[in-house]
Design a protein around this ligand. Structure first.
Ligand code: NAG
Ligand code: NAG
Ligand code: NAG
Ligand code: NAG
Length: 374
C-alpha cells in the first residue's frame, strides 16, 4: 500500500501519468447525450424532489463510489458512468442541474429521469398514474435536448460536426412502462404494450437522427425475471415457472420479446438512415452472464438476493425498502448483483458496461475505448 502511494507520488512529480494516460489517437467522442430512466439517471429525479422515492437522496445510496447520494439509484456508478470513463469524458451532468446553474457544457448532458416511461403519461390510466414516479417520459426528455441544443451549436454545419463526434445513448427505457402495470397487478396486457413502447423509442431515435445524431447506442431491457422485486411479487410454488438460474421465465420472456421487437425496429431505422450507426446494447445478454454464473464474476452472495433490503427470501420487502426503517445494507455490495431489489449494484453495472465496451454486447461494436474498464 505504502509502496503504491510512493510510486504515485513519484510519477506525479515526473509527469508519468501524462505519458501513461494520454493516447496518441484522439478521444473518440467529444460528448455523450443520454436518455432513459433510473438505470442511467445521474440526478434529474432527485432535482425534482424525488417525492415518491426519497431514499435515493440519502446514503446508503451512493456509498460505494461517490460517498454520498447523487440521485443515482445504486451504491455507486451506473453503466453510463463507466461509458463516460471509458471515453475519457466527465460524468454526465443532469439536465435539471445544468439549466439551473447556467453552465456551458461541452461534454454532454444526461436527460434520464428515474421512473420515466417511454410512453407519455397520458397513456397511463388514473390508477396507474398515481404510481408514476415522474412525468418526464422519453418525449419530454427529447424536448429538453431540443431546448438545450442552441447552447451546443447554432448553424446546421456546426451542429452536424459536433453531433458527429457525440454518442447518443437512448435507453434503457421502456422497462417502467411494464413495471408500473406489473406492480399494479395488471399483467394481462404487458405483451400488448410492447409494440407501442418500441414504436415510441424508435420515433425518438428517428428524431435524434434528424437533429444530427450519427452514433446511437440503444440498450434493451434487462432480464427482469431475475430481479428481486419480480421474484418477490410473483413468487410461485410451481417450479416450472422458474428457469435453471432461479429466474421467472414469464418476465424474462417479456424482456426478450421487447428486445426482439426493438431489434426489428432498429433494423428498419438503419435501412432508413444508412449514414447513422445504430448500435444495440444487449443488456439482457450482458447481465445473463452473471445471473448464470454469479461466482465467476465475484458475486459470492449469489445473483438473486438483494444487498440493501428488509428481509424475506430475496431480502426484498416492499414495506422495508432500502434506506427505510427495517432495512439493512450489506457489508460488501460488490458481492451482490442487486442493490435495492429493483436496481443493480455498481459491480453489476460495471460488468454490463465492460460487456458493451470490450464486446461482444454492443451490436455493431462501439468505438474502441480511450481508457480500459478494469
Ligand atoms: C450529500 O448529498 C445530499 C443530497 O444530494 C446533500 O444534500 C448533502 O449536502 C451531501 N452531503 C455531503 C456531506 O456532501
Ligand atoms: C403527473 O401529472 C399528473 C397530471 O397529468 C399529476 O396529477 C401528477 O401528480 C404528476 N406526477 C408527478 C410525479 O409529477
Ligand atoms: C406449472 O406451470 C406450467 C407452465 O409454467 C404449467 O404448464 C403447469 O400446468 C403448472 N402446474 C400447476 C400444477 O399449476
Ligand atoms: C417486511 O417489513 C415489515 C415492516 O418492517 C415487517 O413487519 C415484515 O415482517 C417484513 N417481512 C419480512 C418477510 O421480513
Amino acid at each position: 500500500m505504502k509502496f503504491n502511494i510512493i510510486l504515485i507520488l513519484i510519477s506525479f512529480t515526473f509527469g508519468f501519468p501524462e505519458k501513461v494516460i494520454s493516447n496518441p489517437t484522439p478521444r473518440p467522442f467529444d460528448a455523450i447525450f443520454n436518455f432513459g430512466d433510473s438505470l442511467s439517471d445521474t440526478g434529474n429525479f432527485l432535482a425534482t424532489g424525488a417525492n415518491l422515492f426519497p431514499a435515493v437522496g440519502h446514503p446508503p445510496y451512493g456509498e460505494t463510489f461517490f460517498r454520498n447520494a447523487t440521485g443515482r439509484c445504486s451504491d455507486g456508478r451506473l453503466v453510463i458512468d463507466f461509458i463516460a470513463e471509458a471515453y475519457g469524458l466527465p460524468y454526465l451532468q443532469p439536465y435539471l442541474k445544468v439549466i439551473k446553474s447556467n453552465q456551458i457544457i461541452r461534454n454532454g448532458v444526461n436527460f434520464a429521469v428515474a421512473g420515466a416511461t417511454a410512453l407519455g403519461v397520458e397513456f397511463f390510466n388514473k390508477e396507474m398514474g398515481k404510481l408514476l414516479w415522474t412525468n418526464h417520459s422519453l418525449n419530454i426528455q427529447l424536448g429538453w435536448f431540443k431546448k438545450l441544443k442552441p447552447s451546443f451549436c447554432t448553424t446546421k454545419q456546426d451542429c452536424d460536426s459536433y453531433f458527429k463526434r457525440s454518442l447518443f445513448v437512448v435507453g434503457e427505457i421502456g422497462g417502467n412502462d411494464y413495471n408500473y402495470a406489473a406492480f399494479a397487478g395488471d399483467i394481462t396486457h404487458l405483451r400488448d404494450t410492447v409494440p407501442l413502447v418500441v414504436q415510441t423509442i424508435a420515433k425518438a431515435i428517428d428524431e435524434l437522427i434528424a437533429e444530427g445524431a450519427v452514433e446511437l447506442l440503444v440498450p434493451g431491457n434487462l432480464p427482469v425475471g431475475c430481479n428481486a422485486v419480480y421474484l418477490t411479487l410473483f413468487s410461485s410454488k410451481n417450479i416450472s415457472d422458474y428457469d435453471e438460474n432461479g429466474c421467472l421465465k414469464a418476465f424474462n420472456g417479456l424482456a426478450n420479446y421487447h428486445n426482439m421487437q426493438l431489434n426489428f425496429a432498429l433494423q428498419t431505422l438503419r435501412t432508413k438512415n444508412p449514414h447513422a450507426r445504430i448500435m444495440y446494447a444487449d443488456y439482457f445478454g450482458a447481465a445473463m452472464r452473471f445471473f448464470h454464473s454469479p461466482r465467476q464474476y465475484g458475486f459470492t452472495n449469489g445473483a438473486l438476493s438483494v444487498c440493501c433490503g428488509g428481509g424475506g427470501r430475496y431480502n426484498f420487502n416492499d414495506s422495508a425498502e432500502c434506506g427505510s426503517k427495517g432495512s439493512k445494507v450489506c457489508a460488501d455490495p460488490s458481492t451482490y448483483t442487486n442493490w435495492d431489489g429493483i436496481h443493480l449494484t455498481e459491480a453489476a453495472y460495471r460488468h454490463i458496461a465492460k460487456g458493451l465496451i470490450n464486446g461482444p454486447f454492443s451490436i455493431p461494436p462501439l468505438k474502441p475505448a480511450f481508457i480500459k474498464i478494469a
